[in-house]
Design a protein around this ligand. Structure first.
Ligand SMILES: [Zn+2]
Length: 453
């Protein structure tokens, strides 16, 4: 499970320039892979504490899988240096883990974790027991007032309380979210030797006093973040596919608007794998079994091998880059990273939703001037370049399970004849109706957050 302390619940997209397509293919072969066993030492991670659970600790599960993954990778890729962040039960802070990856100049960073959910408490009657209570009687008045209490016995139920294991099970993969760049930028800036830096860096020697607000540096950082994100998505896609080949439930790739510290701070493509739910009866047993650990390790190693082959093929085949670029764009699109990431996003309103399903109607606000919009819901494109009119554009939405804050993002395709692009949104949920006015333009997206009550 991700340590909440390092998971920044970020909502604001924050990108200033466009994808630099010409620069994005600069594949270098994979020479070093960092494998991180999540948590360790005093940081136990999640535990399997529920009725029927094994009471296992995430830090031990991640270490066992990581050790097997390191062995599998060394076997499959004998020419690649495989560096584990830890091989024993020691504590490392996320910055320490990121430093190991950066100092060893890793080409890939793979974090192994196990997932957990907050568990419900159950209660059952185990029998009855006797309790003594007292009947109090007051007699007399003033100084003669007297209190007598008579004991009597009652039979009451005896209950036992227990945690109920979660239903949720399966393997999911998490990525660095491109719109949270600050730690990634710092990691990039720290590494002065990085030859890739020179691709877009200006030739002046002010590396040590970089002004992060200067557009050229932001641009450079963005180009790098994009490059890593596409590669991370590619690796994540392979891992998801390999896991899907086993009997496990492959829950897919996750790059919601959340920052994951350890992924953002590493100067390389990075993925975090929630191998399974330690709070689920079957998953916990799988994660603690030799067979399960080995199967996961091999699935991940197979995916890394495929990824490396693709990187190597790109180098060997000039002209293949265009196709790869298209493929990356497709994966990027499927994984939900739309063109909106090139603009700043502003949360205009948060709306509490008490039911799973709700309806959103979109109209042009004010004068009908030909405003065109695209709409993304939780990063997925749901309306592609449609005109707003005085007739509603109706969206039937469902709050996603496991996501507290669902984001609806309005991307302005144009600004109509009267800028900016303005929309009136009416949200209907049961008998509740909420109106929101949304503005978006060529620099800003409008975001409405729906949080499940
Ligand atoms: Zn974890």
């Amino acid at each position: 499970m991700l340590n909440a302390k390092y998971v920044v619940p970020a909502l604001l997209s924050f990108f200033l320039c466009c994808l630099n397509a010409a620069d994005a293919q600069n594949s270098r072969s994979i020479k070093t892979i960092i494998v991180d066993a999540g948590h360790g030492g005093k940081d136990y991670g999640a535990t399997g504490s529920y009725e029927g659970g094994l009471g296992s600790y995430e830090k031990n599960v991640t270490l066992a899988i990581s050790n097997k993954l390191v062995a599998a990778l060394r076997k499959q890729l004998p020419d690649v240096k495989i560096i584990p962040t830890r091989t024993t039960d020691v504590y490392q802070s996320p910055p320490e883990k990121a430093d190991i990856a950066n100092n060893n100049k890793g080409d890939l960073f793979i974090c192994i974790h196990a997932d957990a959910v907050d568990l419900k408490t159950g209660r059952r009657q185990t029998g009855t027991h006797q309790e003594t209570r007292y009947k109090v009687k007051v007699t007399g008045k003033g100084k003669k007032k007297k209190k007598t209490s008579t004991p009597y016995t009652v039979t009451v139920a005896t209950y036992e309380y227990y945690k109920i294991g979660s239903q949720r099970a399966g393997t999911s993969i998490w990525l660095f979210a491109a719109h949270k760049t600050s730690d990634k930028i710092k990691a990039l800036m720290k590494n002065e030797e990085d030859e890739e830096m020179n691709v877009t860096a200006s030739s002046d020697s002010t590396y040590n006093s970089i002004d992060f607000s200067a557009p050229e540096y932001r641009m450079m950082a963005k180009v790098h973040a994009d490059r890593y994100q596409q590669k991370s998505i590619k690796l994540a896609t392979f891992i998801d596919q390999e896991v899907d080949k086993t009997d496990r439930n492959a829950l897919g790739i996750n790059q919601r608007q959340k920052g994951i510290w350890v992924l953002q701070a590493t100067n390389m493509p990075a993925v975090l794998i929630e191998t399974g739910f330690i709070t689920n009866h079957d998953d916990e047993r799988y994660l603690n079994s030799d067979k399960g650990q080995q199967e996961l390790a091999e699935s991940i190693a197979d995916a890394v091998k495929l990824y490396k082959e693709q990187v190597d093929n790109n180098k060997a085949t000039p002209g293949a880059n265009v196709e790869v670029r298209k493929e990356e764009q497709r994966i990027l699109k499927e994984a939900g990273a739309g063109k909106y990431i090139t603009r700043t996003s502003t949360v205009l309103k948060k709306i509490g939703i008490s039911q799973a399903d709700f309806k959103v109607d979109l109209y042009d606000d004010g004068d009908i001037d030909g405003d065109m919009v695209s709409v993304y819901y939780n990063g997925k494109l749901i309306v592609d370049n449609k005109k707003l009119t005085d007739k509603p554009l109706t969206l039937s939405l469902t709050t996603a399970t496991g996501i507290k804050e669902n984001e609806l993002l309005i991307y302005a395709e144009n600004e109509g004849s009267i800028p900016p692009n303005t929309a009136l949104m009416i949200v209907t949920e049961g008998d509740n109706r909420t109106e929101v006015r949304i503005t978006a333009d060529s620099k800003k997206n409008g975001v409405i957050v729906f949080s499940r009550k």
